[in-house]
Design a protein around this ligand. Structure first.
Ligand code: PLP
Length: 621
């Protein structure tokens, strides 16, 4: 368990059972659990190929419940005179079944949706049907966006149009007049409080979105001038996603609550304080302020927001606002698990070397002596010697003083030295820093049936860490250290950074492949952002996705969303499959005429071609 730190990042949903398989408890501590390995096996028997995304709707429900329960607890604890009404930012995962579930599970809490763009607004208006839930309208807006959002008020919805650019206020005033609607407006503030980490640039004066304080005052003046200041009801900020430190959150809330109070005092009809996203996920289970973790839990988060806002409002004798958070990552990350298989491995060959003879090249003899003399006392020194001899061998080869066979001997001995050194180093309490790279050099490459660009784009684009581990054979010691290489022919298509205790490690503990038996790995906590950001590099398409719901007797498959076929992906780049097939047919006819192909071969080629086009873009086992 410690190897993969599953207890840290997985609780209460993921753990390891006595059979050495990962188990999933989709309802946390209070429901049954499923053996993930057995689930995958039975899904494959239903012809669902890997890679496959498994979504657990119960986890989604549990996350919504937990977030709301934490705010309810904080509100009771601090005797807060208002309520919490969260919204889910659609950008995190727009998939229809997920949004449907979200709206359904959010009903008891009047949990709403946040749209960050015009297309997301289209989804949010159509899908949201929880009276009382909020529809927060963010992002760039044109007149049609603003009008549509205003008109949604007539559909028994509560849209709040958050002004993020100063130009939007004039459009909103004109649209409201033209429609004769009293809209609900908000402003997004550029806080001075700085975010941290990758999304830290989301705040501050140079942030892409939001209004500076002088601009907010301008909005107040403009609305006042047309007698619409009572439409201004909400203050929003967002200082970035995955905020790993609670003190950063506290700072931002402190500043925002002061602005809120001032807006009340300026005569705005303030009712809502929207703290945006940022609620982090503990990807490495370390509970620290490392970027892949967070040094607070859901309850600390809710407590700090509630306490801070209450104190600021009480100080000024102002009624507390309804609190909104736009927590996407924290709601959607846990609900899906990506399962993929290993196709093959490539290992560094470190066979026991043959001793040298006196007639061999001096460099080869030096390398052999180094190999023979490695002991626990001198292994670090020996690593430097071996590297030096290897460099020397290469440079002599370049200048023609070493034959290819001699170079091969020297390299073979070098790898044997490395293996011997690594075996000793691993027995040390800590891997010496100067030898860390050795573990990487010696790592096996596990070729996986997956596209990193499609299924874990943040791992490629921003070095985000996701927990990855085998989902079976966990009672067996993983004797190999490896990195993962995907199916794309792109050297960036690999995963060579893995979670470690408040750090990154560059190799993953894995098992040796067993002949004819599959080896399954799972990538966890990837339910937010990855699906929509994934791209079609090398034309690897969407993976199969299965929605699983726990039942008293086990589980039920609620939906199967088939991954892209080759016909679909070539269609995305404007090829018509009929044209493609016709082109192959004509080429085959020509080849037949010129006696370059047998008729049976031509038939086989066309059959394969047509069949492939109807198939999944990933490799069949
Ligand atoms: N709200 C806004 C305005 C955002 O830009 C984002 C994403 O960055 C979110 C909410 C969701 O943030 P998170 O996924 O950290 O909860």
């Amino acid at each position: 368990e410690n190897l993969y730190r599953i207890q840290g990042w997985g609780e209460p949903y993921f753990s390891i059972n006595a059979a050495g398989h990962v188990t999933v408890a989709p309802q946390g501590d209070r429901g049954g659990s499923l053996d993930l390995y057995e689930l995958v096996t039975s899904l494959q028997q239903r012809n669902l190929a890997l890679p496959m995304l498994i979504r657990f709707s119960d986890i989604l429900e549990h996350r919504i419940e937990r977030l709301n329960a934490c705010f309810a607890k904080a509100i009771a604890r601090y005797n807060y005179g208002g309520v919490y009404k969260g919204v889910f930012p659609v950008k995190c995962n727009q998939q229809k079944h997920l949004i449907e579930d979200l709206v359904k599970f959010g009903k008891p809490y009047q949990f709403g949706l946040e749209a960050g763009s015009k297309p997301e607004l289209m989804i949010a208006i159509a899908m949201l049907n929880n009276p009382g839930a909020l529809l927060i309208c963010n992002g760039y807006k044109d007149r049609e966006y603003i009008e549509t959002a205003m008109l949604a008020q007539k559909l028994d919805q509560t849209p709040i149009i958050v002004l993020e650019q100063i130009e939007e206020v004039d459009i909103a005033i004109e649209a409201a007049k033209a429609l004769g609607i009293k809209p609900n407006l908000g402003v997004r503030a550029k806080l001075n409080a700085k975010g941290i980490g990758r999304w830290g640039v989301s705040s501050g004066d140079r942030a892409k979105f939001g209004l500076t304080i002088p601009e907010i005052i301008m909005v107040v003046d403009k609305l006042k001038a047309v007698d619409m200041l009572d439409s201004l009801q909400l203050l929003h900020f967002h200082i970035g996603s995955q905020i790993s430190s609670i003190s950063v959150i506290k700072d931002a809330i402190g500043e925002a609550s002061k602005i809120y109070v001032e807006l009340v005092q300026l005569g705005a009809n303030m009712k809502y304080l929207d703290v945006g996203g940022g609620l982090g996920i503990d990807y490495d289970g370390s509970q620290t302020n490392f970027h892949a973790s967070k040094n607070y839990d859901l309850q600390n988060y809710a407590n700090d927001i509630v306490a801070e806002v209450r104190e600021t409002c009480n100080d000024k004798n102002i009624p507390v606002p309804t609190l909104i958070s736009e927590s996407g990552r924290a709601i959607a990350s846990h609900q899906s698990v990506l399962i993929f298989d290993v196709l093959s491995t490539c290992e560094v060959r470190t066979d026991l070397p043959q001793p040298t003879t006196n007639t061999e090249h001096q460099i080869v003899r030096n390398m052999w002596e180094t190999y023979e003399s490695i002991t626990p006392e001198n292994f670090r020194e020996a690593f430097y010697d071996a590297n030096q001899f290897k460099e020397e061998a290469l440079s002599r080869f370049k200048f023609g003083y070493l034959t290819l066979t001699e170079r091969s001997r020297a390299e073979q001995l070098y790898w044997a030295c490395c293996q011997k050194i690594l075996d000793i180093a691993k027995r040390e309490e800590y891997m010496p820093e100067d030898l860390e790279e050795l573990e990487q050099i010696m790592a096996s490459i596990y070729y996986v049936n997956l596209s990193v660009f499609q299924s874990a784009p943040d791992s490629w684009a921003i070095d985000q860490l996701f927990p990855i581990m085998p989902i079976h054979r966990l009672g067996e010691e993983p004797t190999r250290r490896g990195i993962l290489a995907d199916l794309t022919c792109d050297s960036d298509g690999k995963i060579d950074q893995f979670i470690d205790l408040k750090d990154v490690k560059h190799v993953l503990e894995l098992h040796a492949l067993e002949p004819t038996k599959p080896y399954y790995l799972g990538l966890f906590l990837g339910g937010a952002y990855q699906e929509i950001m994934g791209n079609l590099h090398n034309l690897f398409g969407d993976t199969n996705a299965v929605h699983i719901k726990l039942t008293p007797k086990g589980y039920k498959i609620e939906h199967v969303v088939k991954g892209d076929t080759m016909t679909e992906v070539v269609g995305y780049v404007q090829y018509d499959v009929e044209d493609l097939i016709e082109s192959i047919r004509q080429k085959a006819e020509q080849a037949l005429l010129e006696n370059r192909i047998e008729i049976s071969e031509a038939q086989r080629l066309l059959q394969n071609y047509e069949h492939s086009l109807s198939q999944y873009t990933y490799l069949a086992p």
